[in-house]
Design a protein. Structure first.
Length: 405
């Protein structure tokens, strides 16, 4: 854990623009150079570390070959429906990866520029916020502070939504004995999910379609996926996982049931959080994206460019692309992943966890969705699993007697 002085230093200096450093999207030209994980080693680790305390679906692939794909636990405990590869979970922050891709699709179609500013799309933008660009929204650098504990399912009309977002502050005082920090667009990365809600509206204005319809027609159909969306997919009841929370496993239900009573997607939801998908679909999306079926190559590189450093509460270096974070493995190779759950995790939306990890140099993909909650202990297990996948000589200490034999 970093101290307060270091945290404030990072907060003030964390806005270094790194847009000249792309993480190149395509796998190694010689795929045989990558370490291939022995199946027995992988399955032994998963059986020992994952099986007993995980409810969800896990997929691991390398060089286009699936190494492991399995569901664990129950999608619906009341009806004893198991989690399967096509079970649908809410993807939380991974939603923003799709929104960012949709924005770049409009750039590809010459309907949008990353330098466009808020007045290009909206009326009555306050003067202090008129210089905020699409790039700022994509990188969480508009300089505005998001509202914590927001009810993302609240039904508001567009004028009230815009009035609220345009009124957001760009400064805060962390304590009475410390100075007030004021931020301008581009200064630093600050979590501002409402910026992705604005991007959803921008997509609608420039495409002439609803946000979900544009994603479905321009992204999902070219990727060959049918189980990803908010309301459009024709999911079977047994595909929808319920969320179970706490030690008692309280049933929080699922998001499609809550959205059924809405005439349109809530404006604080669409674009930033809550998009639903299956692990099967997320892997199909990954393959289509990197095969060039969704975006052309230069825009794919831009999606994964290290645009700005992220102020972190630990010692790891994290950079932000468009809707995705770029870390480094302990050997210095790129690690692409969606951020963890942020301020939008609250009782208004069922609690799910969905994580996408991609290691371009090794061409390894690890994806999981969970409906039972993921704690720090499980996250540590996933990090250990990454070592199993990347390090030929790494032998984890197994906990079960059977797996030690």
């Amino acid at each position: 854990m970093i101290n307060l002085k270091t945290a404030i230093h990072r907060m003030v200096t964390g806005g270094l623009i790194l847009s000249s450093v792309p993480v190149y999207a395509l796998p190694p030209t010689n795929e045989n150079q990558a370490y291939e994980v022995p199946a027995t080693k992988l399955e032994r680790f998963i059986g020992d570390y994952v099986t007993n305390d995980f409810s969800g679906t896990l997929l691991i692939a390398q060089n286009g070959k699936i190494l492991h794909a399995q569901g664990y636990g129950l999608a619906n405990r009341e009806q004893s429906v198991p989690n399967k590869m096509d079970t649908v979970f809410a993807t939380n922050s991974l939603t923003q990866y799709f929104t960012a891709t949709a924005v770049l699709k409009l750039v590809e179609q010459n309907k949008l520029s990353l330098d466009d500013t808020l007045p290009d799309f909206f009326d009555n933008v306050p003067k202090a916020k008129q210089h905020i660009t699409v790039h700022n929204l994509l990188t969480h650098t508009p300089g505005l502070l998001g509202e914590e504990g927001l009810d993302v399912l609240e039904a508001v009309d567009e004028s009230d939504f815009l009035e609220d977002v345009f009124a957001r502050e760009n400064s805060f005082n962390p304590a009475f004995f410390l100075p007030t920090f004021t931020f301008q667009p581009g200064d630093r990365q600050i979590g501002f999910d409402e910026g992705y809600n604005l991007l959803a509206l921008i997509i609608e204005r420039r495409s002439g379609q609803s946000f979900e319809a544009f994603l479905n027609h321009q992204l999902f159909k070219p990727a060959g996926i049918i189980n990803t969306g908010y309301q459009i997919p024709d999911w079977k009841p047994e595909q929808l996982a319920n969320s179970y929370v706490g030690e008692d496993g309280e049933n929080w239900g699922n998001l499609p049931d809550r959205l059924m009573i809405q005439d349109k997607l809530p404006l604080y939801l669409q674009g930033s959080v809550g998009l639903l998908s299956s692990v099967d679909d997320l892997y199909a999306w990954h393959k289509a994206l990197y095969a060039g079926k969704v975006l052309r190559r230069d825009l794919l590189d831009l999606l994964h460019t290290r645009h700005i450093g992220v102020t972190s509460t630990d010692e790891s270096d994290i950079d932000y692309g468009y809707g995705i974070e770029i870390l480094e493995t302990w050997t210095g190779t790129p690690w692409i992943s969606n951020p963890g759950a942020g301020s939008r995790s609250n009782n208004s939306i069922p609690a799910f966890e969905a994580k996408y990890h991609y290691f371009p140099d090794e061409n390894i993909v690890l994806i999981y969705g969970s409906n039972g909650g993921v704690n720090r202990e499980f996250t540590d297990k996933i990090n250990t699993l990454v070592r199993v996948l990347l390090e030929p000589d790494y032998e984890p200490v197994l906990t079960s007697t059977n797996n030690q034999q």
